[in-house]
Design a protein around this ligand. Structure first.
Ligand code: GSH
Length: 245
């Protein structure tokens, strides 16, 4: 059963929470008729979690997302998580607690490859992903900055970091999956859009080519399916509270 599903991905399980009675162990389990393979422990606002969900959605891999509160981490999570951070992937005996490592692992386990084979290309991908992670941190710093002046500094850094991102190719058709870099770019694009909808920061502009890429990427089902519907509203309230505190 597992092998057949692995050869022919599809039938993505879109359960958003693990229902009551789900085994707490790490074995694949049945949800309705589907065999659930990947289990992702998550927090609803986290951009790193969303990277993994975009990839799982792009690959139509069967998975469940189990949301936890980071200020009340459950015992079972602390027992299996080396770092106490989300995302945490559980797959059989394998437990991984870093979004980029998780995505590399999922890519090695399921469906068509979303990353290059050659070692030099993989190294280059890691560098691009590292710049992307820096941009993600800068966006967060801009949001939580303690004064408008400090925010402006972070926004300028963010703009510089976005300018250094090597641009993705044109967005592929929906039936052609995004690659690993593109999957990680989606959560950043979404948060830049949410940020712009809360307030116009006149000194800050997303580079035009990147903005055009976001226009197309954020329409993909993987972008909308990879977050819970309440999250844009929650981000809005959170950012307003930071801007006006
Ligand atoms: N490098 C990690 C970073 C993950 C991370 O920082 N996650 C945050 C949530 S967005 C977290 O779990 N923080 C722990 C906490 O708040 O206790 C990754 O890419 O997975």
């Amino acid at each position: 059963m597992k092998t057949r599903l692995a050869r022919r991905p599809g039938g993505s399980v879109l359960a958003r929470r693990v229902p009551k009675g789900t085994p707490a162990g790490c074995e694949p389990f049945k949800l309705g008729q589907a065999l659930v393979v990947f289990r992702l422990v998550a927090q609803d606002l986290c951009p790193y979690v969303q990277r993994c969900r975009v990839l799982l959605e792009e690959k139509r891999a069967p998975y469940v997302t189990e949301y936890i509160q980071l200020d009340q981490k459950p015992e079972w999570f602390l027992d299996i998580s080396p770092s106490g951070t989300v995302p945490l992937l559980v797959h059989g005996d394998v437990v991984i607690d870093d979004s980029l490592a998780i995505n590399e692992y999922i890519d090695s386990q399921w469906g068509e490859k979303a990353s290059p084979e050659a070692a030099t290309d993989r190294e280059q991908l890691r560098e691009r992903l590292s710049t992307l992670s820096q941009a993600t941190v800068l966006l967060w710093k801009a949001c939580v900055a303690e004064s408008p002046a400090a925010r402006e500094v972070e926004l300028r850094r963010l703009e510089g970091s976005l300018g250094r991102l090597s641009l993705p190719r044109l967005i592929p058709p929906d039936d052609e999956p995004l690659d690993l870099f593109e999957c990680s770019l989606v959560p950043l694009g979404l948060r830049l859009r949410w940020m712009a909808s809360v307030e116009d920061f006149p000194e800050f502009r997303v580079p035009a080519a990147l903005d055009t890429w976001f226009d197309a990427a954020l329409q993909r089902p993987s972008a909308t399916n990879s977050i819970l519907p309440h999250v844009p509203g929650k981000f809005d309230v959170w950012l307003r509270s930071k801007l006006h505190s």
